[in-house]
Design a protein around this ligand. Sequence first.
Ligand code: FES
Length: 102
Amino acid sequence: MAKVMVGKASDIGEGNMIHLTVGGKEVLIANVGGRYYATGNTCSHAGAELHEGELKGKELICPWHRAKWDVTTGNLIWFPQKLRELGNYKVTIENDTMYVEV
Ligand code: FES
């Protein structure tokens, strides 16, 4: 695990998300109710980039076939078939500087 500085927490408003390549991994970071969560950005169904989807509370909806993911855990909420979980990454904030452990 490496702790990587990824930017300022205040740049991601509540209900918004960004994506970054961190340590060679595609990572999505979301602000849900003022807390920050990081998960994989690539839908395990067919590879959509999830930051192009919608965020409703903690539900992340895939832009291609509407799989619903829990952005706080990377777990699948709904899809007609079982999909591999997205995984999640630890986010820490120090004086507005955000770090992700990948
Ligand atoms: S690519 Fe995400 S549900 Fe199909």
